[in-house]
Design a protein around this ligand. Structure first.
Ligand code: 5GP
Ligand code: ZN
Length: 111
């Protein structure tokens, strides 16, 4: 999608600090981190939100999360995955993304 921030990041038209990449997925540091480890995991292909991602492609995001958790030694300490979907979910960028937060403890419930 031409006018999408995360499509531009996926296409490397806008630079980001990449922590993981494969054919379908890109993970990069959030520009406004709220945790010592705060990355965004996106599909390279544009989908507006989780409801638009074909079921068979959702697993690629989950596989990337598992690989990143192992690569960054988060399997013992743990982490939080957040997907903000739509207005009530607080989604600001309309390109599917999961936040992965770690390296501190995270309270519940969120605001
Ligand atoms: P949302 O509220 O849509 O779930 O989260 C969007 C996230 O994208 C925010 O945490 C915000 O800091 C991050 N973000 C917005 N613009 C940029 C950018 O240009 N580069 C990076 N790396 N992150 C961004
Ligand atoms: Zn997009």
């Amino acid at each position: 999608m031409t006018d999408c921030l995360f499509c531009k990041i996926a296409a490397k038209e806008i630079s980001s600090s990449v922590v993981y990449e494969d054919d379908l997925i890109l993970a990069f540091k959030d520009i406004n981190s709220v945790s010592p480890f705060h990355i965004l995991i996106i599909t390279k292909e544009h989908y507006r939100n989780i409801l638009d991602v074909p079921d068979e492609k959702l697993i690629n995001i989950m596989k990337a999360i598992k690989k990143i958790a192992k690569e960054y030694n988060l399997d013992e300490s743990g982490f939080r995955i957040v997907n903000n979907c739509g207005n009530d979910g607080g989604q600001e960028v309309d390109h599917i993304h999961f936040h992965m937060l770690a390296k501190r403890s995270h309270s519940w419930p969120p605001g």
